[in-house]
Design a protein around this ligand. Structure first.
Ligand SMILES: [Zn+2]
Length: 129
């Protein structure tokens, strides 16, 4: 499966496209070999943390990188990266963009709609009741 993953590279410091060559993963900018991080997990954590702080898809890319470098199943990789975020100043990976995203939360939206309907209902009751 081809995928488009950008990782902030520890070598060239660019947000480089992650490319695969013969089962290894490289930075498209400088050909830094991410596969070597499998033998240097503390360095891998550093790279993951740095990418967790990248706005937007940073956390997703961090999970994808961990999954590929360590050959960990997706759910396990996700758990690991979430735990890592928690252990490092609670990096907010659920809200990568802004607080406005709260309005896109369907449960909250339903709550607001129900709340408005109740208010309108009460207003109508007080007028006609
Ligand atoms: Zn690079």
């Amino acid at each position: 499966m081809k995928s488009t993953i950008y990782i902030k590279c520890p070598e060239c410091r660019e947000n480089g496209l992650l490319i695969e060559r013969q089962g290894k993963y490289f930075c498209a900018n400088c050909m830094y070999d991410y596969t070597q991080l499998n033998d240097d997990r503390s360095k891998l954590d550093e790279v993951l943390i740095e990418n967790l702080q990248v706005k937007g898809f940073g956390p997703l890319f961090a999970i994808a990188l961990y999954e590929r470098v360590t050959l960990t199943p997706p759910l396990e990789a996700r758990d690991y990266v979430f735990k890592l975020a928690e252990d490092n100043n609670n990096i907010e990976i659920m809200e990568p963009t802004s607080k406005l995203d709260l309005l896109k939360n369907p449960i909250l939206l339903i709550f607001i709609v129900v709340f408005v309907i109740v208010i309108i209902g009460l207003a109508l009751l007080s007028v006609y009741g």
